[in-house]
Design a protein around this ligand. Structure first.
Ligand code: DC
Length: 215
């Protein structure tokens, strides 16, 4: 059997991790998985059922998170790709991602992926795939990240202000970096990748080069 390639792309919210991860996976002909979507799906479940954290923990066995053949995130078998990107879910998800039981469940699912994969998230290089072939830690200036997320939300028809998006980003950064379980940290062997001033093509070229250096 050929070697399973694991590539970890971590970093703050809205640094363009998923855009680069998707492009790199496509270039290499391997799977892309968005681990943040899994946390968002659990947050959506909590919201829909109006549960507090303790109730969510008690019901975790009933929360089934998966990706369908088109790679869309499913909650209990139903595609929830659009719902999980809404601002209300974004406001809730950092809280859900702090619950150790939720992290344990999702990390286990992520580690079970049987094929070669590019996975993006916050703890992929540190916890999920500590021996990943390539680990990138993406950063970009905060105003640039806020503008990118704002453009995405507006394009989807969400009514938000740039200030609101900026505040949400800052608060998620803080929560992601300061939670007790698996906080956002660059792995010791991760490569810092600032894409503030790079086009997607330039990012992809750089990522491919870094990958090839590690083969
Ligand atoms: O990447 P994103 O913005 O869709 O992630 C949603 C939230 O989930 C974010 O607040 C951090 C959390 N998350 C996490 O804690 N660990 C991961 N591997 C991925 C996301």
């Amino acid at each position: 059997m050929s070697e399973r390639i694991q590539i970890a792309i971590d970093g703050h919210s809205s640094t363009g991790k998923s855009t680069l991860a998707k492009a790199l996976a496509k270039h290499l002909g391997i799977l892309y998985l968005d681990s943040g979507a899994m946390y968002r799906a659990v947050a959506l479940y909590q919201m829909r059922h109006n549960l507090n954290d303790q109730e969510l923990i008690e019901q975790l066995d009933r929360v089934e998170v998966s990706f369908n053949a088109q790679n869309a995130i499913c909650l209990n078998g139903v595609v929830v790709e659009n719902e999980i990107r809404k601002m209300e879910v974004s406001n809730k998800v950092s809280g859900v991602a702090q619950i150790p039981e939720v992290r344990r469940k999702l990390v286990e699912l992520q580690q079970k992926v049987p094929q070669s994969v590019v996975m993006d998230g916050r703890d992929i290089g540190t916890v999920v795939f500590p021996s990943a072939r390539l680990k990138l830690f993406m950063t970009a200036r905060t105003e640039i990240r806020a503008q990118r997320r704002y453009n995405e939300l507006i394009a989807k028809g969400d009514k938000v202000s740039l200030e609101e998006v900026l505040e949400n980003l800052k608060s998620r950064d803080f929560q992601d970096e300061n939670r007790d379980t698996d906080p956002l940290r660059a792995a010791a062997d991760a490569i810092y990748f600032d894409n503030s001033d790079l086009s997607l093509d330039q990012q992809l070229e750089k990522a491919i080069q870094l990958y090839q250096e590690r083969v």
